[in-house]
Ligand binder design. Structure first.
Ligand SMILES: Nc1ncnc2c1ncn2[C@@H]1O[C@H](COP(=O)(O)OP(=O)(O)OP(=O)(O)O)[C@@H](O)[C@H]1O
Ligand SMILES: *[C@@H]1O[C@H](CO)[C@@H](O)[C@H](O)[C@H]1NC(C)=O
Ligand SMILES: *[C@@H]1O[C@H](CO)[C@@H](O)[C@H](O)[C@H]1NC(C)=O
Ligand SMILES: *[C@@H]1O[C@H](CO)[C@@H](O)[C@H](O)[C@H]1NC(C)=O
Ligand SMILES: *[C@@H]1O[C@H](CO)[C@@H](O)[C@H](O)[C@H]1NC(C)=O
Ligand SMILES: *[C@@H]1O[C@H](CO)[C@@H](O)[C@H](O)[C@H]1NC(C)=O
Ligand SMILES: *[C@@H]1O[C@H](CO)[C@@H](O)[C@H](O)[C@H]1NC(C)=O
Ligand SMILES: [Mg+2]
Length: 670
């Protein structure tokens, strides 16, 4: 008894001594994390059996874990080599779909409060991405394909320096020494534990990353290797740790089971046998007593049964939807998730059409009818307002016009809404307008403007009730196979009138309660109330955008003329209105039409809502049925905004919309 306790004491002492030494030696090893002192934040925590749990399956969360003490990466003038190894596992609710991944990181500090809980792996955000002042290096285990970062697929390993756009990356896998270095794929989200080695040679300024399954020794050939002088990136004293983020649609959990690190030396070996075990994917622990008490035969029988049930449950979960009583009446407009899943081959990343403020849009082909669809996945957590919104979706589904993108129906899952539209083979207009080459001639542009205008006349005047679009902009104008403009996304902004904000992958340009920056009418910015007139303002900006080939707010300029409206207005005043027409057209356009569209655009984008024409009048002007009233650009500075005032009085007999407004009571600032 006594010797036993003595032995334990000695072990403990040795252990303490070892820990003390390891700090001074700039190396450490954790074979399991039970009772360890890491600096954690977000949802990160240690589980009872000693796993480091970076994220726990809750959506839109990040988790970080750092070695608590800073490490000295530079000693005198010499930037030191370093080496890390760790064992990780990622569990996903879906077998073939995953949320965002995780990263090993070396950073100047441990504060990642500004990072986004989605595609930026809990490290950066839209503004900070790529900024040299981040001073961080990360090895990403990326399980989602983000086109904005140039990701190669949704299962890759990359070396990141100050940016999520990897310096080097490759498909997750390893070169198997056991068979002449053949490449073997690994699936990061398989729920299997895997080991990673990160090695940086300070002299050669080269970083290598190697991955292998737990039972395979470190392969000789690294998976990813990058030459980059980290002494210019990292601070002299820096922190090492892990970061992960979950994003808004799919549930996943990120675990680290063991970790070691060495400065100027190889990372010590992790004792694989001591590592905690990852929970099995999907199934719950079964009672041990029960299993022991049963004969092998019955166990096998049960196992087969369990596997079958598991498969059924998984199948059930994979296609699980929400369906409530009130939805019965909307039945015909409801799509089954299974159909949409099949149509898009499981929402595979190569079916991704684009990412917008509401979520991702995927292309698919319906299994039965073979018709092409575009499925928009909108994450939406609040139940509030859902009924009203679905009722509206269904009623909007009855809208039919050749210049509107047909809404075919919807599907609802937990925390998520899927909207099904007809697919527009030529994508969205903004991609053509802001490309380097001139992709659209004037005739096409003018036809698109007229088409969208006719779609808006239908929404504002011709349908049974007035429908406000709320988010008119170039990216919501889609082009069909004949390059006709069709307006999409009508009424969607309303979803967010009823509570919870936008979901993951949010585009910072879109504030969904009111619209998109650059297209928001001044009064809408002030009181948040959308009206047909706020639509007309956005349409005015849109007309200018199409004609000038420039964004509503210039990225380059910061002065008054950063606003496209002000810039065009300024040219008009100087008598050089046509100088604003897109230079990519190289002068080949109809001057009368361009003149009309520019002036009409300015009139629609008038800061005083009363001065804007109605959609019907806009259409009449565009069709040449009613000539544009004689306008003179007179300038008056109100709250830093140039305001055109019509000098020549005129009034339409049956409409008050051209009335002069009284300038003193309004400020047009944005
Ligand atoms: N019906 C469709 N057919 C073909 N492509 C589409 C369709 N709907 C959307 N897309 C593509 O998906 C991209 C993202 O669309 P989405 O509507 O989510 O974003 P957005 O228009 O940029 O912003 P917002 O969320 O404010 O509407 C679009 O830019 C377009 O390329
Ligand atoms: C994850 O952690 C957060 C915060 O610690 C907690 O609110 C949430 O309930 C946890 N989720 C699960 C699924 O355990
Ligand atoms: C954890 O480590 C930090 C930094 O070394 C130290 O300040 C803190 O006291 C430690 N906490 C415990 C409980 O050991
Ligand atoms: C550099 O390292 C050596 C030995 O490792 C040590 O004696 C010396 O104090 C270190 N210098 C600095 C500036 O840390
Ligand atoms: C980079 O970040 C620094 C500090 O946050 C900031 O001052 C600077 O403007 C940023 N640079 C760019 C190009 O965004
Ligand atoms: C490995 O993965 C890559 C990328 O996904 C794929 O192109 C390749 O066919 C896969 N190889 C095997 C043997 O599965
Ligand atoms: C990285 O890999 C290359 C190629 O296998 C090798 O020559 C180099 O020594 C490695 N560097 C480190 C730091 O492991
Ligand atoms: Mg859109």
């Amino acid at each position: 008894m006594a010797t036993n306790t003595m032995n334990q004491m000695r072990l403990l002492l040795l252990h303490l001594l070892y820990l003390g030494l390891s700090l001074a030696d700039d190396q450490f090893v954790y074979s399991g994390f039970a009772g360890t002192n890491l600096t954690l934040d977000g949802v990160a925590g240690l589980t009872a059996d000693g796993m480091l749990e970076l994220t726990n399956g809750t959506l839109q969360r990040k988790g970080h874990a750092f070695y608590p003490a800073p490490l000295r990466f530079r000693n005198g003038t010499m930037f030191r080599s370093f080496s890390a190894s760790f064992v990780f596992g990622i569990l996903s609710d879906h077998v073939d779909l995953s949320a965002h991944g995780m990263a090993f990181v070396v950073a100047a500090g441990m504060d990642f409060s500004a990072a986004l809980p989605s595609g930026y792996l809990g490290l950066l955000n839209v503004q900070s991405n790529g900024n040299a002042s981040n001073r961080l290096v990360a090895v990403e285990l990326d399980t989602m394909q983000n086109d904005e970062f140039g990701d190669i697929n949704d299962n890759h390993v990359g070396i990141d320096v100050n940016s999520l756009h990897s310096l080097q990356s490759y498909y997750a896998g390893y070169y198997d020494d056991g068979s002449n270095g053949d490449f073997r794929n690994l699936t990061l989200i398989s729920g299997e534990a895997m080991q990673v080695w990160v090695e940086y040679d300070g002299e050669a300024a080269q970083m290598n990353v190697t991955v292998a399954p737990l039972n395979v020794a470190k392969p000789t050939r690294p998976l990813v290797s990058a030459k980059h002088d980290l002494s210019k990136v990292l601070t002299d004293v820096a922190y090492v740790g892990f970061s992960a983020a979950t994003g808004g649609t799919l549930r996943s959990r990120h675990y680290v089971l063991g970790w070691s690190f060495g400065l100027n030396r190889p990372a010590p070996a992790i004792d694989i046998n001591k590592l905690p075990r990852l929970p099995r994917v999907g199934s719950k622990d079964r009672s041990r007593a029960l299993t022991i008490g049963l004969t092998i035969a019955t166990a096998a029988f049960l196992l087969t049964g369990a596997a079958a049930i598991f498969a059924l449950v998984r199948r059930h979960r994979r296609y699980a939807e929400l369906l409530e009583d009130w939805e019965v009446e909307f039945g015909p407009h409801r799509f089954s998730y299974k159909d949409l899943f099949r149509a898009t081959e499981g929402f595979k990343s190569n079916h991704l059409l684009g990412i917008g403020g509401f979520g991702r849009v995927y292309k698919g082909v319906l299994p039965l009818s073979k018709s092409e669809i575009a499925v928009k996945r909108v994450s939406h957590d609040s139940k509030q307002g859902m009924k009203e919104f679905i009722a509206e979706v269904v009623s909007l589904g009855r809208l039919q016009h050749r210049n509107l993108v047909q809404l075919l129906g919807y599907c609802r899952r937990k925390g998520e809404l899927l909207l099904v539209y007809e697919n527009m083979s030529n994508g969205s207009l903004d991609k053509y307008l802001h490309a380097n080459d001139c992709l659209l001639d004037w005739t096409t542009r003018f036809r698109i403007i007229k088409g969208i205008s006719s779609g808006l006349v239908y929404l504002h005047h011709e349908w049974e009730k007035v429908v406000i679009h709320r988010d008119i902009k170039a990216s919501n104008v889609l082009l069909d196979n004949e390059m006709n403009g069709r307006l999409g996304d009508f009424g969607l902004a309303r979803l967010y009138d009823h509570g919870s904000g936008p979901g993951s992958d949010s585009d910072p340009q879109t504030t969904h309660v009111i619209g998109t920056i650059g297209y928001i009418a001044p009064e809408l910015g002030r009181n948040g109330k959308a009206s047909p007139r706020t639509d007309i303002f956005a349409f005015g900006v849109f007309m200018l955008e199409v004609t000038c080939g420039q964004r509503p707010i210039s990225h380059e300029r910061t002065d008054d003329h950063a606003l496209l409206v002000n810039w065009v207005l300024h040219h008009w005043q100087n008598g050089s209105l046509l100088d604003t027409v897109d230079v990519r057209l190289q002068g080949s356009y109809d001057e009368n039409e361009a003149n009309l569209v520019l002036k009409l655009g300015l009139l629609c984008a008038h800061p005083f809502s009363d001065a804007r024409p109605s959609m019907r009048q806009v259409m009449q002007h565009l069709d040449g049925e009613t000539p544009l009233p004689e306008l003179m650009p007179t300038y008056q500075v109100i709250s830093n905004m140039l305001v055109p005032l019509e000098t020549k009085e005129f009034q339409e007999p049956d409409d008050t919309s051209y009335l002069e407004s009284n300038a003193t009571s309004l400020s047009g600032g944005r």
